[in-house]
Design a binder for this molecule. Structure first.
Ligand code: GUN
Length: 489
């Protein structure tokens, strides 16, 4: 068990955890959002973040502070908490992001980590190399080797009570990400940010983001707290949490506000184009769009940033409740409907269903079949895996439906899961709510289950009573299984 992180609840690969930050004497519940504070701008003051928005932790950039003589002296003199006027926990980044944007920075890991420690940071960061997506493999490998060296440098420094991030790089090479993660996990560093995903998110490449997180998670222990560096749009939090991310930082709330952009959980609107405000946060209940537009630019930016933060924190709370209720994937599906790129992200998540299945709780309240993608959820994979625990004998009639009491069948078939003995009808996820008008994918997955059961039990004679399956599903049922279309009876 990791000393500073405790897991409390789980759904898919998402979890509710408790991260203890000893230097701040604070324990934060994850998933958690760290608003980004630019010490020179402070669109919303850290004190307001703490008191009005309930932010228990924020992130700021030690490189900016270190590079400004006045800020540096003040930080060393009074500490970051007093400098920013923030009583919660403070994470500091190292300048790596600037390195990725401008090509060079003028501090070493040793200098900047010592500065973070001396300025009172609670979670510091070494100078990792954020290798962009799609670079050639040699560059990704070289830069990853440098990042690994930086983690070793960080381990060698006496950082006292300050926790230290161990960023996971590797560009868009899943094996490098996994290797980077396994290496980071084996250090004695504390928090594990998945790095260099900002370019993926800027290009709406949520599928690739999911693949990067999945690879990192394969290398990290289950008990490792995972930060998604630079992920700030509330639209994608549910997806990232379901993949196993625990911490997020948002600069988006302030950056978008500067451009007049208004965040929602299903995308971004522009204030100039809004006739109504589709939100009930204090900003949106106290203003009309015209009133916001009439404000001077500074006040408008602050109001928009406040709305953006309300939406962002609200989504984190909604996600935590979904984990508690066991319907996080239903929330991810809802978010996936907002944008084709999000749907791509959800489909990528389903490509990792086997990996997610290992973390996903075996029992929850209900399974709602909401889209074709529901057929590829981890619960369906698990059902198919567990068919080898069942013991059919002799002649077995498989009847489609979970309430077909008029048939004296011994087994049932519920799409998208497939077959199971009648006694299991009341167990999760076989109590699933599935629409009457089933799509082909649900029936194909059920057919896969029938095929697997038949393969596992070659001596059993199976008869399948289905309700009008299409050829694409029937083609998956082995020849030895007799099929009847019950809807024709
Ligand atoms: N901020 C956004 N991406 C990154 C990253 O990859 N590394 C660091 N240190 N900060 C970031």
């Amino acid at each position: 068990m990791r000393e500073h992180f405790e897991l409390r609840d789980a759904d898919a690969a998402g979890r509710i955890g408790r991260l203890t930050v000893p230097r701040a004497d604070v324990t934060v519940e994850t998933p958690v959002l760290l608003p980004v504070i630019n010490p020179n701008i402070q669109t919303i003051s850290p004190r307001r973040l703490y008191e009005e928005f309930g932010a228990e932790i924020l992130i700021t950039n030690s490189y900016i502070i270190h590079g400004d003589d006045d800020l540096r002296e003040e930080a060393l003199d009074v500490g970051l908490h007093e400098l920013l006027d923030f009583p919660g926990a403070i994470m500091t980044d190292s300048g790596s992001f600037q390195l990725s944007e401008y090509g060079e920075i003028d501090v070493t890991t040793e200098e900047i980590l010592r500065f973070q420690r001396d300025a009172g940071s609670d979670i510091g960061t070494p100078v990792d190399i954020p290798t962009p997506p799609d670079v050639d493999r040699e560059r990704a490998e070289d830069e990853l080797a440098t990042t690994k060296d930086r983690l070793a440098e960080a381990e060698a420094i006496d950082t006292g009570e300050m926790l230290v991030n161990a960023p996971v790089q590797g560009s868009t090479y899943p094996d490098l990400r996994e290797d980077a993660a396994a290496h980071a996990d084996a250090t004695d560093l504390d928090v594990f940010p998945v790095g260099a995903v900002v370019p993926l998110m800027n290009d709406y490449r949520y599928g690739d983001m999911v693949d990067a997180v999945a690879a990192a998670k394969r290398g990290l222990g289950e008990d490792a707290p995972v930060h998604l560096f630079g992920a700030g749009h509330p639209m994608m939090f549910a997806l990232a949490v379901a993949m196993g991310c625990d911490l997020f930082d948002s600069a988006a709330y302030a950056l978008y506000a500067r451009d007049g952009r208004y965040l929602t959980v299903s995308g971004t609107e522009h204030l100039d184009e809004l006739d109504y405000l589709p939100c009930s946060c204090p900003v949106c209940t106290e203003h009309t769009p015209d009133e916001l537009r009439a404000l001077d630019s500074r006040a408008r930016e602050e109001e928009l940033a406040a709305h953006n933060l309300h939406v962002t924190f609200q989504e984190i709370r909604r996600i935590k409740q979904a984990i508690r209720d066991g319907d996080l994937l239903e929330l991810v599906e809802a978010r996936a409907r907002a944008h084709p790129a999000m749907l791509d992200g959800y489909r990528a998540l389903c490509d990792h269903a086997e990996q997610l299945e290992r973390a996903d709780p075996a029992s929850k309240d209900a399974f709602f079949y909401l889209s074709t993608e529901s057929a590829d959820r981890p619960e369906v994979v698990r059902h198919h895996q567990r068919l080898d625990r069942l013991d059919p004998e002799g002649e077995v009639l498989l009847t489609e439906g979970n309430n077909s009491d008029n048939f004296d069948e011994t087994w049932r078939v519920v799409p998208p899961f497939g077959p199971f003995p009648r006694e299991l009808s009341e167990t999760y996820p076989l109590t699933a709510e599935v629409p009457d008008r089933k799509d082909a994918r649900a029936l194909e997955r059920a057919a896969d289950g029938v095929a697997r059961l038949a393969e596992l039990n070659p001596d059993v004679e199976f008869t399948l009573g289905h309700r009008g399956w299409p050829e694409s599903a029937l083609d998956r049922v082995p020849d030895g299984v007799t099929c009847w279309n019950l809807s024709e009876w």
